[in-house]
Design a protein around this ligand. Structure first.
Ligand SMILES: *Cc1c(COP(=O)(O)O)cnc(C)c1O
Length: 375
């Protein structure tokens, strides 16, 4: 008798009874690791190395034999002071994915639904499944943006949470402030709306929704932010939520205790102290994004207006072929078979490497393909 499967490739049925909806869930796949000379543009990471001041703060935090502050009070104080709210109106989690999970678990369970646009952030379906609730996915418009009217129309008696992602991962589109207001007016005020603003710092469109000023207006709105993208702390896992204290208390009750490490808390505080330097980097990335988007458009790509630190190539049925061409050329992007390819805005040299390949790919797309510009 052996405890190991005969072959690592052969799926083995578990010996214990597990939840059928969990067994049916595909395991998370992080995409192919980058080879030594390839650019990893598959996870929307910040290409800049950590600032020395942030590294120093982490090194000085030291005491890893001690538990962190469970409520991340020092970080919440800094965030609360900046936003002019109380510390109870700020909640910190080990990445905003953890926060999403907590809010969904706090509001929805078996028999309930969670409504969101699709395609959107890959983590949403799995988090909803784990909560026991069911997903209601509302198709994006043809340009990859959220269909906010359809999203509001999908809300019914079973809905407990609606997630709005602006800029949307992976299409990089934003919801406008006007669309968001109309949507909030249509959604009953006892349904939690999570506005996932993981890429807010990269938004340059003045018409895009901005969550913070709306919090005073909507008692059912929670805004999610992260230090992973613009602030470059993806590896340390720290994100935060701002919203009504009673809703945040419910998320705190659904959290795994002590999961935000001391290193993450001090790195976030140091990053806020060095914000000018970090936001200057963000400006360089948004300028690089706009140059990349303009160059792709010149090549003949029909791109959704990119507002995150990534662009979306809607390659559809040509996705596998296009992704092979990128991989062969040393670009590791995030491909969604049958749908499209998300390419992060990385190092300047990555753009130089990317553009000759995308130029060849767009030429290979059949005439009339949605990713090709007309004329
Ligand atoms: C990256 C991302 C997050 C959060 O990431 P964390 O590293 O968990 O903070 C949340 N939402 C979207 C849409 C993202 O793309």
């Amino acid at each position: 008798m052996t405890f190991l499967p005969a072959s690592a490739d052969e799926p083995v049925a578990p010996a214990v009874r597990l939840r059928p909806e969990i067994l049916a869930s595909p395991p998370y796949r992080q995409g192919r690791p980058a080879t030594a000379d390839a650019f990893k543009l598959s996870s929307n990471e910040n290409p800049f190395p950590p600032l020395p001041g942030v590294l120093d703060a982490v090194a000085a935090s030291g005491a890893i034999n001690r538990y962190p502050d469970a409520s991340a009070l020092a970080l919440r104080e800094v965030l609360a002071a900046r936003r002019g709210v109380s510390t109870e109106q700020i909640h910190v989690g080990s990445g905003s994915v953890a926060l999403l999970s907590q809010f969904i678990d706090a509001a929805a369970g078996p028999g309930d639904t969670v409504v969101y646009s699709w395609r959107s952030f890959e983590a949403y379906p799995g988090l909803v499944t784990v909560s026991g609730a069911a997903s209601v996915q509302v198709p994006n418009r043809a340009d990859g943006s959220h269909d906010m009217e359809a999203l509001a129309a999908a809300v019914d008696d079973t809905t407990r949470v609606v997630i709005v992602c602006s800029p949307n991962n992976p299409t990089s589109t934003t919801v406008s402030a006007a669309e968001f207001d109309t949507f909030m007016a249509a959604v009953p005020s006892d349904i939690l709306v999570l506005l996932d603003e993981a890429y807010a710092e990269f938004v340059t469109d003045p018409d895009a929704v901005r969550g913070f000023p709306l919090l005073a207006r909507y008692p059912n709105l929670v805004v999610l932010r992260t230090f992973s993208k613009a602030y470059g702390l993806a590896g340390l896992r720290v994100g935060w939520a701002i919203g009504p204290a009673p809703i945040l208390d419910a998320a705190r009750a659904a959290a795994i205790p002590l999961s935000v490490t001391e290193a993450a808390q001090v790195a976030a505080i140091a990053s806020l102290e060095l914000e000018d330097e970090l936001l200057a980097r963000v400006s360089r990335l948004t300028a690089r994004r706009d140059r990349l988007a303009a160059a792709l458009s010149d090549q003949g790509w029909n791109l959704p207006k990119a507002q995150g630190n990534f662009v979306w190539l809607a390659t559809g049925n040509e996705t596998d072929v296009a992704n092979e061409a990128l991989l062969d050329g040393g670009i590791v992007a995030r491909a969604f078979p049958g749908s499209g390819i998300r390419v992060s805005v990385g190092e300047e040299e990555s753009v130089d490497k990317l553009l000759p390949i995308t130029s060849r790919i767009v030429e290979l797309l059949p005439a009339g393909h949605p990713a090709r510009r007309l004329g």
